[in-house]
Design a protein around this ligand. Structure first.
Ligand SMILES: [Zn+2]
Length: 393
């Protein structure tokens, strides 16, 4: 393959809008799935709309696997994998945020492949992915990872917390039913943390090395949507939690904006991510920090590090969030102000991470696969400086 050619991939069919979830039965029929396994997490399994989805699939003989909780780990995949043949399933419906989505993809991969999940680790596989992977339908319930439009799953080792990626084009859901009504009950903290993950995807994708104007355009519009809708989404969630009334139409519009922004982030980052994600992955591995929270806390320090590598791109992003901006620094100021407004911890210290963890964090971050796409190279000393900056911010 010629190295001066670029690949653009936008293949997912997405049905977007309030009530999209009601098309699940028709979607299953269209894909020829007769006995789906629904994969979700413990909390979602308790919600009334989820029960309604289960009831709507009674004629399909569907089964539910709902033991996903916290960061996705191998033992959850194994448990789901046992449920798949037990239900004689022929497809998967993934309902949830990044964790159930990734567990669902890993179950799909392993449904017809032998051995251990990590035998198929992207870039370090010891076995080929050469058998069919059952079709996946994705119903996202958070606006953050955008895993519903991605071809990979990130699963951690139960003991070491080390994250491994499995990747295959067949892991891309065949259809996404993106229904912003399912986000209306998300608590403020999850809304904020997942929203910061989406924001980090959009910014890092735009800055990532390589030519991909389609992704760049998507990243900039996604950034605009975050600037319009993240703060409102969090404020609406806070109001609902304290019993205040909110305008349902405005709330739905904010959630829809973020649901689009989240998918746009994940589509855009086929270009690559960067140093923020490498820092965040290390925090999740070492301190079990929520992925979006880790990105949100690291983003300002990481962008202060990156600013001189791409001043023009920073200025373009700054003008998306503030048309009057006349320097790239305005983007970083905006990120800091947004973080504060939505209640993100101001520093690593606030998160409970202390200085004596930095050496270990740097060791993990430098081995991460994201920072090679950063607009400038990152050394161990650079990672040190970025973590120090984020500790005291
Ligand atoms: Zn992320």
């Amino acid at each position: 393959m010629s190295s001066n050619l670029t690949t653009y991939h936008f293949p997912t069919k997405i049905r977007f809008g309030a009530g999209a979830r009601h098309e699940l039965s028709d979607t299953l029929r269209a894909l020829g799935i007769q006995r789906p396994l629904i994969v979700t997490d413990q909390d979602i399994a308790q919600l009334s709309w989820f029960t309604q989805i289960e009831e709507s699939l009674l004629s399909f003989g569907a089964g539910t696997f709902s033991s996903v909780r916290g960061n996705p780990v191998v033992s959850q995949v194994s448990a789901g994998l046992a449920a798949y043949p037990a239900h004689d399933a022929d497809g998967i419906v993934a309902v949830g945020g990044g964790a159930p989505m990734d567990v669902a993809k890993a179950i799909a991969l392993m449904a017809h492949h032998p051995g251990h999940l990590f035998d198929y680790e992207d870039g370090a596989s010891t076995r080929p992915i050469d058998r069919p992977i059952p079709p996946i339908i994705a119903i996202p319930t958070t606006a953050g990872t955008g895993s519903e439009v991605g071809r990979s799953a990130v699963i951690s080792d139960d003991e070491t917390h080390a994250k491994k990626i499995v990747f295959d084009p067949q892991l891309l859901p065949k259809v996404v039913l993106a229904d912003p009504e399912l986000l209306l009950g998300l608590p403020a903290k999850i809304t904020a943390a997942t929203g910061m993950d989406a924001l980090t995807h959009l910014i890092e994708a735009f800055l990532a090395k390589g030519e991909n104007p389609l992704c760049d355009g998507i990243a900039l519009e996604g950034l605009y949507l975050v600037s319009q809708h993240l703060k409102d989404s969090v404020l609406f969630a806070q109001k609902l939690a304290t019993g205040e009334s909110v305008d349902p139409a405005a709330h739905l519009q904010a959630r829809a904006g973020m649901l689009n922004a989240s998918m746009m982030g994940a589509i855009a980052f086929q270009k690559g991510l960067g140093v923020t994600h490498s820092c965040a992955h290390a925090l999740s591995t070492l301190c079990d920090t929520h992925h979006g929270l880790a990105n949100g806390v690291m983003l300002p320090a990481a962008m202060r590090f990156n600013l001189d590598a791409a001043p023009e791109k920073f200025l373009r992003m700054a003008r998306v969030v503030n048309p009057a901006a006349n320097s790239g620094e305005a983007l970083i100021d905006w990120i800091v102000a947004l973080s504060q407004a939505i209640g993100m911890p101001a520093s690593l210290q606030t998160l409970g991470v202390s200085n004596d963890r930095v050496d270990q964090l740097v060791d993990i971050a430098i081995a991460d696969a994201c920072h090679p796409f950063n607009p400038k190279p990152v050394t161990a000393a650079d990672f040190h400086a970025i973590y120090q900056d984020a500790l005291a911010a």
